[in-house]
Design a protein around this ligand. Structure first.
Ligand SMILES: [Zn+2]
Length: 371
């Protein structure tokens, strides 16, 4: 009898759980049945956990949850990309930054929408003691979350590493498509590929590949390393050898090419869409070969970055587009209105469209990135 129940349980688990898990394991993203488009929302620079010792920090986190909730309810995306700086780790008194990371992904998880995340420069940084705390006003009263087995108030100031954050996200969430990149790419971690598959086929025919890269910063230089570029070259060759499938790429800190494009836009030669001049491009520390490889691949249609909170432009560059997301979080510098970049992919014929959805529900900067 016990064996029988055991078998029934196993069969039940196979029937109810396995199809979803297979797609997560294989990195396959599917169009919702009957939908012509596959929609992705990009949430950038949420900066959860900022100034956790004051009132405005936690208030801002609640406001950021509201922004994400509005965008998710209006757009109803099939997938969400967290484009880095989910948390402001250099503001954490607690060692376990996953507490805040978990809050940042909660609106998406609550709606049963799958997601993937990559790292920004603020996600993995040690605590920076504010200089004001050493003036006569002193250290504010800090409430430390209970994180230890002893149950007592305990603050730690070490920060949580990329690896720990990622391990926690993956372990706790069946809807997370985030994955560990290859070990030889460390200290960069969030390097992986996901595949949007055709809605019309049972055979997992790819419609588009989405590459995710860790552009560093925080505890390491803000660059995409030569070895990451090499990984991209090998991976794209393996998955899409004749460049017949369209590809898009996500990372956090804009590459130097963004500076070049912005300069040309200042000179007036431009077909750019979106906010261009609110601030200067804060680019990666160096270019180690990634952009050269991307330029050589006609299948790469667009790159999407965050990091600059005042910019949300898309500009043509060579045969593709360079795009910013839109600052989604109330955390982080700047008071520009919050929103999110949306992508919509269609199949047969292929097209990639994008626009910005704002917190107040308005829409702007529509652009066709490929068709
Ligand atoms: Zn940021």
């Amino acid at each position: 009898m016990a064996i029988c129940w055991c078998m029934i349980t196993i069969l039940f688990l196979m029937v109810t759980v396995r199809p979803e898990n297979d797609d997560v394991t294989n990195g396959y993203l599917r169009f919702a049945s009957g939908n012509k488009g596959f929609k992705v929302a990009l949430f950038a620079d949420l900066h959860f956990g900022e100034n956790a010792w004051s009132d405005w920090g936690p208030d801002h986190d609640l406001s950021s949850i509201k922004v994400m909730s509005t965008v998710l309810d209006v757009e109803r995306p099939d997938f969400v990309v967290y484009l880095g700086d989910l948390v402001t780790a250099n503001n954490f008194m607690v060692q376990n930054a996953s507490l805040y990371w978990d809050q940042a992904i909660s609106p998406t998880r609550a709606r049963n929408i799958p997601w993937a995340s990559l790292f920004g420069n603020h996600d993995d940084a040690p605590f920076e003691w504010p200089i004001e705390w050493f003036s006569s006003s002193g250290i504010p009263q800090i409430v430390c979350p209970s994180t230890s087995a002893s149950g007592g108030d305990e603050c730690a100031f070490e920060g949580t590493t990329r690896l720990e954050l990622m391990r926690d996200e993956i372990r706790r969430n069946s809807l997370s498509y985030t994955r560990f990149g290859p070990r030889n790419l460390w200290p960069s971690v969030s390097n992986y590929v996901l595949t949007v598959v055709s809605p019309k086929s049972d055979h997992n025919t790819p419609v588009m590949f989405m590459y995710f890269l860790d552009s560093g910063g925080g505890s390491s230089p803000g660059v995409i390393s030569a070895i990451q570029a090499e990984w991209f070259r090998n991976k794209s060759q393996e998955m899409n050898p004749d460049s017949s499938i369209q590809e898009i790429v996500f990372w956090h800190i804009p590459s130097k090419a963004y500076e070049k494009v912005a300069k040309e836009a200042t000179a007036g030669q431009t077909q750019c869409v979106g906010s261009m001049f609110e601030e200067g491009v804060a680019a990666q520390d160096a270019e180690m070969g990634m952009m050269k490889l991307i330029k050589e691949r006609p299948s790469v249609k667009a790159i999407f970055v965050g990091h600059n909170h005042g910019l949300d432009w898309c500009c043509p560059y060579e045969k593709m587009w360079l795009c910013y997301a839109r600052h989604t979080g109330y955390g982080g510098y700047g008071t520009w209105a919050r929103g999110a970049r949306i992508l919509e992919i269609t199949d047969e014929p292929f097209s990639l469209k994008s626009w910005i959805r704002m917190e107040n529900g308005t829409l702007h900067s529509e652009v066709v990135l490929s068709n």
